[in-house]
Design a protein. Sequence first.
Length: 254
Amino acid sequence: MRIIIGGALGRMGREVARAALEAGMDVACGVDIAYQGQPMDFPMVAAYADCKAAADVLVDFSRADGLPALLEYITTTGLPSVLCTTGYTDAEVAAIHAAAARVAILRSANMSLGINVLQRLVAMAARALGTGYDVEIVEKHHRMKLDSPSGTAGMLYEALQSAREYDSPMVYGRKGRAEKRAIGEVGIHAVRGGTVTGEHEVGFYGNAEEIILTHRAESRALFAEGAVRAAAFLAGKPAGLYTMQDVVTQVLGK
Ligand SMILES: NC(=O)c1ccc[n+]([C@@H]2O[C@H](COP(=O)([O-])OP(=O)(O)OC[C@H]3O[C@@H](n4cnc5c(N)ncnc54)[C@H](O)[C@@H]3O)[C@@H](O)[C@H]2O)c1
C-alpha cells in the first residue's frame, strides 16, 4: 500500500512515516510547507498542488490553515484521506463534511485505538450504572498544551452523553459554587504540568464503590500507529465520512 504523508517534517509526520514503514507500506510522497530540500528517505514536495505521486491513501498531520489546498487535492484525485490535524473551525469542519460526499475521509481528534475503545467502555458503563453514579472526567497534559479541556475529554463526554437518556451538563471546575452536585452533571477537570503525554480518566462514583476507566498515552507513536491502521481501513473505501469508531467496529467485527 502506498501512502502520502501531509506534514511529513513535523513531529507526527515523522512518526507516521516510521509506523507506515513498519506496517509494510511505501511512502509515495511527503508534503510539507517547510520542505526546502532536506534529506528524507522518500520523495518530498512543499505543496499538495505539486504532489503527482500515485498512492492508495493519505494521512495528514499538519495545520488547520492548510485545509483548502488539502481538500482541493483530495477531491480532485479522489484519494481516501485520514485527517488527523486538530483545531478546525466549525466552517472548516463543514467543508470537510462537504468534501466527504466526493471522497472517503476519516477524521478523529484522537487517533489512538485505545481512546476509541475507551469511548465504547464509557458508554457501556454509563448505560449499565445509570443515575446512581456521578461521573467526573480528569485529563492531564504537559505544560505546553494551549487548550483545555482537551478535545479528547470532549469526545469522552459525548460518548457518555449519547449513552444517557437524561441531561448531563458539563461543569468545568467548581470554584465559587455553593451548591451540591446535581444528578447527571459531569465534572471536567484539566491538570497541566511537566511532560505528561496525555492521560484521561473517567470516574463513576457510586454509593460505596468507584469505577475508574483510565487511558494513559506514553508517547506520540500511538497516534501514528492508529493513523496507519485507519489508513489501511480507509484505502479503497467509497466516498463518505468515517471515524475511528468505524475502525473499532471492524476490529470487533460488529
Ligand atoms: N488526531 C490526533 O490523534 C492527533 C495527535 C497528535 C497531533 N495531532 C495534531 O496534528 C497536527 C500536527 O501536530 P505535530 O505535533 O506533528 O505538529 P508539528 O508542528 O510538529 O508538525 C506540523 C507540520 O506540518 C507542516 N505544515 C504546516 N502547514 C502545512 C501545510 N499547509 N501543508 C503541508 N504541511 C504543513 C509544518 O511545516 C510541520 O512540519 C496538530 O494539529 C496536532 O494537534 C492530532
